[in-house]
Design a protein around this ligand. Structure first.
Ligand SMILES: [Zn+2]
Length: 151
C-alpha cells in the first residue's frame, strides 16, 4: 500500500492488533522513505446483496423486511423475537457464505421457509401459503401433509 504522504510503495508495519470485536485488524504503518505514519484497517468485505424479484427488478437485501415477514408468519405463536432474529441471522449467514451478490426472491423465500420449518409449524404453513401463492386448497393440504410426513 502506498504512503499517503509521499506515495512511496513500501511501508513497514509497526504494530498490528485485532480490535475488541475480533472482526477488525488495525495496523500502524511507517513509510520507508518519508517515515510518515498512518493506520490501515482490515475488515471482512460484506458487499451489498441484491435481491432479484420475479419481474427482474433488483433491490438491496433488507434484513428488516425479512424479519417483518417472519414476524408476521409467527404472530400468535410461541416463537420468541430472539428466535426470529436468529432465523434472520442464519439466512444472512447463508447468503454471505454463498458469496453470491445476487439472489432471487424465490431463493430467499426458500431460505425463510427452511428456518420457519424448524421454528414453528403454523408459522411455516402461513408463510408457505403466502409465498407459494396457493390458489387451490389441495396445494395447501399438500404442504401440511408433507410436514406431517417429515416427522
Ligand atoms: Zn512516505
Amino acid at each position: 500500500m502506498k504512503c499517503p504522504f509521499c506515495g512511496f510503495g513500501e511501508t513497514r508495519v509497526l504494530d498490528s492488533r485485532v480490535d475488541s470485536s475480533g472482526f477488525t485488524v488495525r495496523r500502524r504503518r511507517e513509510c520507508l522513505k518519508c517515515k510518515g505514519r498512518f493506520t490501515t484497517y482490515e475488515r471482512y468485505e460484506f458487499g451489498p446483496i441484491f435481491v432479484v424479484k420475479k419481474d427482474g427488478r433488483r433491490e438491496k437485501f433488507n434484513r428488516e423486511k425479512i424479519l417483518n415477514g417472519i414476524m408476521k408468519a409467527c404472530e400468535k405463536t410461541p416463537v420468541t423475537l430472539d428466535e426470529m432474529e436468529k432465523a434472520v441471522d442464519n439466512i444472512v449467514d447463508t447468503l454471505q457464505k454463498s458469496g453470491n451478490l445476487e439472489i432471487s426472491s424465490v431463493e430467499i423465500g426458500k431460505l425463510v421457509m427452511d428456518q420457519l420449518k424448524r421454528l414453528n409449524e403454523v408459522a411455516y404453513v402461513r408463510f408457505a401459503s403466502v409465498y407459494k401463492d396457493f390458489r387451490e386448497i389441495d396445494q395447501f393440504l399438500e404442504v401440511v401433509k408433507e410436514l406431517k410426513s417429515n416427522k
